[in-house]
Design a protein around this ligand. Structure first.
Ligand code: ZN
Length: 309
């Protein structure tokens, strides 16, 4: 009996205790979107600090470095939307690998950069220059999701039939530059990627809308994978494989994608996109849906890509 209880307890821990939690998501968002991160503008030392934060968590979860310089994949981003004297900015993708000894790999991603002090274009504030654009929803929320999924899959004591590549992209706000750099300079052969799942702005859940899940048309297998997925968190699907965020770079290389997004709001690309406005419980629910989808997809062979017409 004692052994049985021990086993039961062990099963509970491995199956449930590691699920993404609102507390962990909140901790990451408050770190990444704090004023000391100065809006994580591409090329700033705070942008590098945010990259270092992600790297530290990847290391803690036991992921293997899969960049070109340890966990980092450095590249130079160019600012084109506005004229600035220092238009070339150094930044990184941060890449961690969970090796399950499988042939194919699932990519999970989220961009970690934001608009800094509003001098790189695309701010919607009236006088953006010098104001910290914290980017709690865009996209500290997605990075927190990325970290929680990395923790979940690395520590659930399950050897999944696919490997995982976790990527925090740089310079998304300058035109998907980090993800494009990755797909053009992949650190793992693109034909070994099963699908890519992206999170960009998962913090402003509105129950009357639900979370949007894009990419539904990028593989004929998604309908079957979505079939049994039920959640208290409402969601709807959208066929599009490109548009708006880093999954588009993978779609352009004929890789099936998913894209999680809770929608636009009044604080979008303004200095008021702050951590206290995030719905952490709903964000955890969204990660639950994503885990369910990924686990369903892992029961199938590598998905076949279909273009969305
Ligand atoms: Zn974003």
């Amino acid at each position: 009996m004692k052994n049985y209880l021990f086993l039961l307890c062990f099963l509970c821990q491995s199956t449930f205790a590691q699920l993404p939690s609102p507390e962990n998501i909140s901790r990451h968002v408050y770190q990444l979107a704090s004023d000391k991160m100065q809006g994580r503008g591409t090329g700033s030392k705070e942008n590098q600090k945010a990259a270092k934060y992600v790297k530290k968590q990847f290391k803690k979860y036991g992921l293997q470095p899969k960049g070109t310089d340890g966990f980092y994949q450095p590249f130079t981003a160019k600012i084109r939307r506005v004229v600035v004297p220092d238009s070339l900015r150094k930044t990184n993708n941060v890449i961690g690998f969970l090796d399950n000894g499988a042939e194919h790999t699932i990519v999970i991603g989220a961009h970690f950069d934001h608009l800094g002090l509003g001098r790189q274009g695309s701010s919607k504030a009236e006088k953006p220059e010098g104001q910290i654009h914290n980017g709690a929803d865009d996209n500290a929320s997605g990075v927190a999701g990325l970290l929680e999924l990395a923790r979940y899959f690395a520590r659930n004591n399950v050897n999944e039939p696919y490997n995982f590549l976790f990527i925090a992209f740089g310079a998304e706000e300058l035109g998907l530059l980090g993800s494009r750099h990755f797909v053009n300079n992949p650190t793992l052969s693109l034909d070994k990627i099963n699908f890519m799942s992206n999170m960009d702005m998962i913090g402003r859940y509105d129950a009357s809308r639900g979370v949007g899940i894009g990419g539904f048309g990028t593989s004929g297998e998604w309908p079957e994978i979505f079939k049994e997925v039920k959640s208290d968190t409402r969601f709807f699907t959208d066929k599009a494989g490109s548009g708006g965020s880093d999954h588009g770079s993978f779609y352009a290389k004929n890789i099936p994608v998913l894209f999680f997004h809770t929608g636009g709001h009044d604080d979008y690309h303004k200095p008021t996109d702050d951590p206290e406005k995030i719905d952490y419980k709903a964000a955890a629910g969204i990660l639950g849906i994503q885990i369910h989808l990924i686990e369903n997809a892992m029961k199938l062979p590598k998905l076949k890509f279909t273009p969305v017409l």
